[in-house]
Unconditional design. Sequence first.
Length: 94
Amino acid sequence: MIDNPTKSLITKRALIYWLLAVAPLAFIFISLFIGRYQVPMVDVINILWCKVTGIPCDLSEISQTIVWDIRLPRAVLGAMVGGSLAISGAAFQG
């Protein structure tokens, strides 16, 4: 049986690992509706749902283009570049 301090440490570590996995995804999602051209969060969710499932979308073509063709690739590429820099920095340190 695990005593309380060890169980508490395992719970804290699990929470930290969970946050480290979810936080980048949340920031990528948040970056989809923040920008010069305001796109509401509900519209971003609808656009992503329509594009992934193939359902025709009744939102404006401008909003769809901004989210799907500009903001999403830029956010994903930014995350990939950041991850690559982190890995190369860790490898460089040894």
